[in-house]
Design a protein around this ligand. Structure first.
Ligand code: NAD
Length: 301
């Protein structure tokens, strides 16, 4: 009989991750705040069982995966009125794959350990494309034995899977990841606007930079859609603002200035203030276009 796993949070990332687990032979007990996401999966066929609350999920399985927007959502699913905590005891494991504050991950880990259960913080990188393809990078904090236990689940969803340290360490590494991605988007935006306004076809810029030291997955995966101004998410500007807030708070605690991250964080704030919080974070390029008075790919380049 297929092993039953709980999955809570069926959004842009959670849904394809759940599909990959079912494709690998697991049966999933699923719940999400938006009922339509649950119904969509159940309608896809066997492999999914709908639950009416997070607590109902935890009551039906011994391993629960969460993929929620923010720290407050994870706290709600763990500690809230219909939260999983009372159902998490000896032998139970929470694998939280959301991107949240390391301090919240440690708080959740301690609360579960007090009940005899275990927790891993296992945020991911690779975007919706990686989630669909099952090629996510997964950075995991927690006990080594729990990491080994969750490994078959991770292998169904990801390709690069690394145990990076104790509870909270996965979220610290994810903050590092988001620092690099944010600054890379700013760099790619500047380069594409410069090349284009100075008269070069941006497709050529993308093609040749991809073969040299300036190669970056940001340009490889999103360069063409940035030039085409296709900004459906993907990864929402508001989620990246949340992640840079986590990175800056973690850096302040650690005594590390992050001046470049702070600057790009302000630029994402500007996008959100202008009503663009729900667009893909690659829409950052529109700010640089505004500064230059030039739309990439228009006359001149
Ligand atoms: P999303 O907003 O599309 O999905 C979140 C889902 O969680 C929604 O279906 C929502 O209904 C559900 N939810 C929220 N609060 C809930 C609650 N209290 N109880 C039950 N369900 C609840 O977000 P997403 O893009 O899938 O991102 C999820 C997490 O993954 C975030 O932490 C994000 O930072 C991270 N992440 C996203 C990407 C990406 O490219 N989208 C990439 C890497 C990591």
């Amino acid at each position: 009989m297929a092993e039953r796993i709980g999955f809570i949070g069926l959004g842009i990332m959670g849904k394809p991750m759940a599909r990959n687990l079912v494709a690998a032979g697991y049966e999933l007990v699923v719940f999400s705040r938006t009922r339509a996401s649950v119904d969509d999966l159940v309608a896809e066929g066997p492999g999914y069982v709908a639950a009416g609350s997070a607590r109902e999920v935890a009551g039906a399985v011994s391993t629960v995966i969460t993929m929620l927007p923010d720290s407050a959502d994870v706290r709600d699913v763990v500690f809230g009125e219909a939260g999983i905590l009372p159902e998490m005891g000896d032998g139970d494991l929470l694998v939280d794959m959301s991107t949240i504050a390391p301090a919240t991950a440690r708080e959740v880990g301690t609360a579960l350990a007090d009940n005899g259960a275990a927790a891993l913080d296992a945020p991911v990188s690779g975007g919706d494309k990686g989630a669909i393809a099952g090629t996510l990078s997964i950075m995991v904090g927690g006990e080594a034995a729990d990491f080994e236990r969750a490994m078959p689940l991770f292998q169904a969803m990801g390709k690069t899977i690394v145990h990076v340290g104790a509870a909270g360490a996965g979220q610290v590494v994810k903050a590092c990841n988001q620092v690099v991605v944010a600054i890379a988007y700013a760099a790619v935006s500047e380069a594409l606007v410069l090349g284009s306004k100075a008269g070069v076809d941006p497709a050529k810029v993308i093609e040749v930079l991809g073969g040299g030291l300036a190669a970056t997955r940001v340009m490889e995966l999103r360069g063409a859609s940035m030039v085409a101004h296709e900004f459906d998410p993907g990864f929402r500007v508001d989620l990246h603002r949340k992640d840079l807030g986590i990175a800056l708070a973690t850096a302040r605690e650690a005594g590390v200035p992050l001046p470049a991250t702070a600057l790009v964080g302000q630029l994402f704030d500007a996008l959100a203030a202008a009503g663009g919080g729900d667009r893909d974070h690659s829409s950052l390029i529109t700010l640089f276009e505004g500064l230059a008075g030039h739309e990439v790919g228009s006359a001149g380049g």
